[in-house]
Design a protein around this ligand. Structure first.
Ligand code: 5GP
Length: 143
């Protein structure tokens, strides 16, 4: 499942590179919502976050935090959003896992969010948690 991001990883097309390690690459988004909008991408080719290996997911989490730290230090931004879309219905345009790191600019540019909270059903929530917990199988290497 090669996408445009595989071409960037393989240097078949150019990017503004921020960071690269054995498992991840980070580069500027070509259509930034604000200055410093970075994409952090695993080299493992998977469409959805839940399909990633634990090793790749852990490296990705580390890279997202490090890129965020670099942006805060360099831009002096005091707020930023992390966005990660899974599936076309969730606005995923490139079917290769990626995290957006989007600084909030002083003029307000950045990620716009529509958030329409409901009210939790505590009984249904407790039942769901019990079912989910059973699916959280311990993995080799867990702390
Ligand atoms: P998604 O909607 O899949 O979460 O976001 C995909 C992002 O990839 C978009 O923000 C888009 O601007 C960015 N993008 C798509 N093609 C390229 C490209 O060739 N180079 C770079 N740097 N970013 C891209």
């Amino acid at each position: 499942m090669a996408t445009i991001f595989t071409k960037i990883i393989n240097r078949e097309i150019p990017c503004h590179l921020v960071h690269e390690d054995a498992h991840t690459i980070a580069f500027l988004d070509i259509g930034p919502l604000s200055d410093g909008h970075v994409l952090v991408v695993p080299k493992e080719e998977r469409e959805f976050l839940h399909q990633l290996s634990d090793e790749s997911a852990a490296a990705l989490g580390r890279a997202v935090a490090r890129v965020s730290r670099a942006l805060v230090e360099e831009l002096g931004c005091t707020a930023y959003n992390i966005l990660q879309n899974n599936g076309a219905d969730a606005h995923q345009a490139v079917p290769h896992v990626h995290f957006h790191v989007i600084p909030k600019a002083p003029d307000g540019r950045g990620l716009g969010i529509q958030w329409k909270p409901g009210a939790i059903d505590h009984a249904a929530g407790a039942a769901l948690c019990a079912r989910l917990s059973k699916r959280m199988k311990p993995q080799v290497g867990d702390p």
